[in-house]
Design a protein around this ligand. Structure first.
Ligand code: NAG
Ligand code: NAG
Length: 425
C-alpha cells in the first residue's frame, strides 16, 4: 500500500509540473514555447549522448529494423486527422520484391500509447514484425490525441474543444474511418483486428454502436482485454473513487490533455533511463506505474525507446471514462452528470454498450497479474461475448498488462499461439 501511495504521489507531481508549464505559457502573453530550463537543456545533452534512437518515430524504428514502412493519413467524420503506419510486408518479400495481395491486419494500441507499441523489440519478438513475416499486411493505428494524431481540420491541440473526447469517440469515428481507409487502399473485403488493452475497449464499443462494421472484420484478437474494469488494481483503481474531483480539478486548471509526448518530461525520463545508468530500475517503476511492474521481462536495450514514446498522450476524459467505469462497474458511455446525460442521451444515466452485438469471432489472451484487465473482469466479458472461439490464460503468473506488447517472452507465451489461431480464419 505504501508503494502505491508513493507511486500516486509521483504521478501527481508530474501532473502538477505539467500544469505549471501551462500556467507559465498563459502568463507569458501568448508566447507558446516549451519551457526548457538550463537544467533540462543540460540533461537533454546527456540524453542525446547516451541514446540516439529515442528520437526515432515509429516508421524510423521499422526501417532501422530492416522492414519497409509507409505513413498514411485519414480524416474522421468529425475532422480529426489520424496518422497510420504500415508495414506492407516482411523482410522476405523485400528481398524477393513479391507484391501479391496479403491479408490485412490492423493493430490498435493501449491507453497513452501509440503505433510504436508493437515494434519495440527485436524483429523475432515484436508482434508487428512477426505478423509481417507471417504474410500479413500490417497497419498500426494512432488514436486521436496521441503523438502522431494531433491534427484536425479546424481545431488545434491548444483548443479545449480538441480534447472533448474519450475512447467512445475513438470507437465511433477513429476506428471506422481507419477500417474504411485501409480496406479501400488494400482492395480487401475485410481485415484481422488485433487490439491491445484500450485497443480492445474501442473495438467492443464500436461493435455496439456501429454494428454494420462487423462484416468488415474477419477475426478479432484481444490482448489484455478491457471492457468492465470493476477490479482494476494499481494507481488507477486507487484513484477511481476520486474521479469527479480529479476531473473538476483538471478542468479548473484548464487541463484537458494528459501526459503528452512533451519534450521535457519524456526526455528527462529517458535521460535517467539509459541501460548504463543505475537509475534504470527507478525508471522501470515510473513506466510501470499504471500497469504493474515485471522488470524480468523488460528488454533494457529498448527501454529508452519505450520511454521516449510512452506516454503518448490522450485527453483527460479518456482516462476519466475508465475511472468512471471502475467506480460504476458498468461498461457504459461517458457520464456527463445528471443534467449532461439528459442533454446528451435523454436519460439520467449513460446507456450501456451492448456486447451481444460483437458478433465477430474473438480470441482473448489474458493473465493473472494484469492490473488493468483483471481475470474476474475478463471472465465477466467472456460470458457476455456471443462468439468467443479461444480464451487463453498466459502460462506465467507474473505476466503483466504491458508484457502483452513488450515482454521478452511474449513471442513464446502469446504470439506464436496468436498466429496459429489467426491462420485458422
Ligand atoms: C478510395 O480510394 C479512391 C482512390 O484510390 C478514392 O478516390 C476514394 O475516395 C476512396 N474511397 C474512400 C471511401 O475512401
Ligand atoms: C443488444 O443488441 C441485440 C442485437 O442487436 C438486441 O437484440 C438487444 O435487444 C440489445 N439489447 C439491449 C439491452 O439494447
Amino acid at each position: 500500500m505504501a508503494r502505491v501511495t508513493v507511486l500516486v504521489m509521483v504521478m501527481v507531481v508530474v501532473m502538477v509540473w505539467e500544469t505549471r508549464g501551462q500556467v507559465n505559457e498563459v502568463n507569458s502573453v501568448g508566447v507558446r514555447g516549451s519551457f526548457i530550463t538550463p537544467t533540462a537543456r543540460w540533461l537533454l545533452g546527456i540524453f542525446q549522448k547516451y541514446d540516439g534512437r529515442s528520437n526515432e518515430s515509429t516508421p524510423d524504428l521499422i526501417r532501422s529494423s530492416g522492414y519497409p514502412a509507409e505513413t498514411h493519413h485519414v480524416t474522421t467524420e468529425d475532422g480529426y486527422i489520424l496518422e497510420l503506419h504500415r508495414i506492407p510486408c516482411g523482410v522476405q518479400c523485400v528481398l524477393t520484391e513479391e507484391h501479391r495481395p496479403r491479408p490485412v491486419a490492423l493493430l490498435h494500441h493501449c491507453l497513452l500509447c501509440s503505433s510504436s507499441d508493437f515494434v519495440m523489440n527485436t524483429p523475432d519478438k515484436a508482434l508487428a514484425y512477426m505478423m509481417a513475416d507471417a504474410g500479413y499486411d500490417v497497419w498500426l493505428t494512432n488514436a486521436r490525441g496521441n503523438t502522431y494524431s494531433r491534427n484536425h481540420v479546424h481545431l488545434s491541440p491548444e483548443d479545449k474543444e480538441f480534447w472533448q473526447f474519450s475512447w467512445n469517440e475513438m470507437a465511433m469515428y477513429d476506428v471506422p474511418a481507419v477500417i474504411d481507409y485501409v480496406l479501400n487502399v488494400t482492395r480487401q473485403e475485410d481485415l484481422y483486428y488485433v487490439g491491445f488493452s484500450m485497443g480492445t475497449t474501442v473495438f467492443w464499443a464500436m461493435m455496439s454502436e456501429r454494428p454494420e462494421y462487423a462484416n468488415k472484420i474477419r477475426f478479432m484478437v484481444a490482448l489484455g482485454p478491457v471492457a468492465h474494469v470493476q477490479h482494476i488494481a494499481g494507481p488507477l483503481g486507487y484513484l477511481a473513487p476520486f474521479v469527479s474531483q480529479i476531473e473538476i480539478t483538471m478542468n479548473l486548471l484548464g487541463k484537458y490533455e494528459l501526459l503528452s509526448f512533451g519534450p521535457v518530461i519524456d526526455r528527462l525520463i529517458s535521460t535517467f533511463c539509459n541501460e548504463q545508468l543505475f537509475t534504470s530500475a527507478i525508471c522501470q517503476n515510473i513506466l510501470f506505474l499504471i500497469c504493474g511492474p515485471n522488470p524480468k521481462e523488460m528488454n533494457k536495450e529498448f527501454l529508452p525507446i519505450m520511454l521516449s514514446h510512452t506516454p503518448a498522450g490522450t485527453s483527460v476524459r479518456t482516462v476519466t471514462h475508465y475511472l468512471q467505469e471502475a467506480r460504476s462497474g458498468k461498461f457504459q458511455k461517458y457520464d456527463f452528470g445528471t443534467l449532461g446525460n439528459l442533454r446528451q442521451y435523454g436519460s439520467l444515466s449513460p446507456p450501456s454498450y451492448n456486447l451481444s452485438r460483437v458478433t465477430v469471432p474473438v480470441a482473448l489472451f489474458w493473465s493473472d497479474n494484469d492490473w488493468l484487465a483483471d481475470p474476474t473482469d475478463v471472465l465477466h466479458l467472456v460470458g457476455q461475448l456471443p462468439h468467443v472461439v479461444y480464451s487463453h490464460r498466459v502460462e506465467d503468473s507474473k505476466f503483466t498488462h504491458l508484457d502483452f506488447v513488450w515482454a521478452l517472452h511474449a513471442d513464446k507465451l502469446v504470439y506464436h499461439d496468436l498466429l496459429r489461431v489467426l491462420a485458422q480464419y
